[in-house]
Design a protein. Structure first.
Length: 120
């Protein structure tokens, strides 16, 4: 018990509040939010992905995950919380949805933050 207490105090003193980085958490959430990873339908970077081709009434059809790395946050949030054909309902928290959006836009956000810090 004493070792656990010492470890907790040490973590608090050194400012460590998590054993996982924001990027690691975002990647794990994108790859397995509730059993079926976003990447399976939307691709590794949210670029969209063909899932299957099939024939319906003599016509060839494609079932694909849509592009999700180019849509604004409000639209992203709405789609994640809606029952869309073929999309499973995940019941994600607001923080999880924000984290997924961050995962899809992290490079762009880092670039903008870097540019902003250079202007100060």
């Amino acid at each position: 018990m004493r070792i656990l207490w010492i470890l907790l105090v040490a973590l608090e003193l050194f400012g460590a509040t998590s054993f996982i980085t924001k990027e690691e958490y975002a990647a794990s959430l994108y790859h397995n939010p509730r059993g079926i990873g976003c990447h399976l339908c939307h691709g590794e970077s949210g670029e969209g992905k063909k899932i299957a081709t099939y024939h319906h009434k003599g016509e060839k059809k494609v079932f694909a995950g849509s592009v999700i790395n180019k849509i604004p946050f409000n639209q992203f949030y709405h789609h994640v919380n809606s029952q869309i054909d073929g999309m499973p309902r995940y019941y994600l928290t607001d923080t999880e949805i924000q984290t997924l959006f961050y995962y899809l836009h992290r490079e762009e956000l880092k670039r903008v933050a870097t540019e902003y810090s250079k202007t100060k």
